[in-house]
Design a protein around this ligand. Sequence first.
Ligand SMILES: Nc1ncnc2c1ncn2[C@@H]1O[C@H](COP(=O)(O)OP(=O)(O)O)[C@@H](O)[C@H]1O
Ligand SMILES: [Mg+2]
Length: 313
Amino acid sequence: MPAPVISAHQLVKSYKVKGKPDFVAVDGLSFEVAPGESFGLLGPNGAGKSTTMKMIGAVSTRSGGDLQILGLDPDRYGPEIRSRLGVVPQQDNLDGELNARENLYIYGRYFGLSSKVCHERADELLAFAQLEDKAKNKVDQLSGGMKRRLTIARGLINDPRILLLDEPTTGLDPQARHVLWDRLFRLKERGTTLVLTTHYMDEAEQLCDRLIVVDKGRIMAEGTPASLIREHSSREVLEVRFGSDRNAQVAGQLAGIGDRVEVLPDRILIYADNGEAALERVTSLGLEPITSLVRRSSLEDVFLRLTGRSLIE
Ligand SMILES: Nc1ncnc2c1ncn2[C@@H]1O[C@H](COP(=O)(O)OP(=O)(O)O)[C@@H](O)[C@H]1O
Ligand SMILES: [Mg+2]
């Protein structure tokens, strides 16, 4: 096993809150990231994902535990670590007054790269981000997806070994998300280590080799998307709707069908290895759902199982 590029042990971050006990946003996270791996933190809003990313990025100090980035302690080697990471923060912080190419160039200069290297990399990265024809456009004129791609390009200007991406596609439309996923796949293929946070289960399934499911600052589960689903859910899920007034009332009659029944406000989920067979059993009880759907289990189901809550409220 090659040495991990990130290792966190019992990592804690607490925030001071006036007149109250400290608020613990990250509550003892332990994980390692191997070189070239694509590692995810999946969890709802407020889980502590951004707080963790800021500690990894050496822009926020930890309150407890151990943390090593590329073998270095961020408490002592902040500047060295920052110079070797690429960061895509949750909120884009591009300079809206500058054009796309200038944003890349200036950022490279901050890293102390020569003007020649900055010009070369700016062009390469504009091509990588598929923004060549927007090079001269002011950032304020770019779409959300383009800004996100430009922020990723900017994060790559120092040729980092690790790219940190905090909610890379939140707020983007499906098409813009797919373009971005394609770019991130390419980075992964080139061997860049990706650490990303998301509250989209499909994004985690698409991009992550391995992930931790985080809730309230704690790790609920860890594994590959497939192993998490295997461990915490059935193969298939039958979703049935009887109308908002009847779901809860009907649910009692469904006990014993499949491994588990979950009643949500708008639908009932029946966890079963064979969803079609489960549906036959439902209809054999004389129950006629308004709609029914059989699908494969997803990370959303894993999260629901582990926390009793839906990932996206
Ligand atoms: N600077 C801060 N001061 C106090 N509380 C904070 C601060 N930053 C984040 N928090 C709180 O810590 C928790 C985790 O926040 P965050 O890491 O941003 O979660 P996530 O990125 O998973 O949505 C939230 O409850 C948030 O309100
Ligand atoms: Mg966040």
